[in-house]
Design a protein. Sequence first.
Length: 165
Amino acid sequence: MSHIFDASVLAPHIPSNLPDNFKVRPLAKDDFSKGYVDLLSQLTSVGNLDQEAFEKRFEAMRTSVPNYHIVVIEDSNSQKVVASASLVVEMKFIHGAGSRGRVEDVVVDTEMRRQKLGAVLLKTLVSLGKSLGVYKISLECVPELLPFYSQFGFQDDCNFMTQRF
Ligand SMILES: CC(=O)SCCNC(=O)CCNC(=O)[C@H](O)C(C)(C)COP(=O)(O)OP(=O)(O)OC[C@H]1O[C@@H](n2cnc3c(N)ncnc32)[C@H](O)[C@@H]1OP(=O)(O)O
């Protein structure tokens, strides 16, 4: 199976108390056929992303340095991807040529919410980020989700500005 990053890098960071049917792993190239795009569409507009476009983008991300750490949870009962979150690492000159982590695109299938899958993803990404040596991890969210993210060590500490095209 082709993963977007090395599964052995992820393994030490996965909480052990998950029900047997849930498997936490890096995004795989064949997740297109496991409902991954439908899952992302519960987060925001995905636009026109057919299998060819998905696989082309997957390869670009897989071979990027530093890696895109896209972590998913597959439910073996349905063989669908039911949750996903990303840790993107950005290289800097500042902080001693350090790296910053950004948590992006956190989503759990509507049918699977409130079963702690979001918590599993956030704990996994924070632990992974620390082990990769990033000097900080940040994310952007609506005010309603501040209590959710604060459980995993995030603090509300600045304004967020955006410009859309
Ligand atoms: C950086 C970004 O990507 S921001 C975008 C975040 N994603 C979205 O808004 C997409 C739609 N929402 C979702 O996919 C989900 O509701 C998520 C990811 C926000 C939460 O995932 P879930 O798996 O349902 O959360 P999980 O079960 O792990 O919740 C753990 C605890 O967090 C808290 N929590 C969960 N969801 C929320 C929420 N929407 N608001 C406030 N607190 C919450 C609760 O205390 C919950 O414990 P409880 O169920 O015992 O009350």
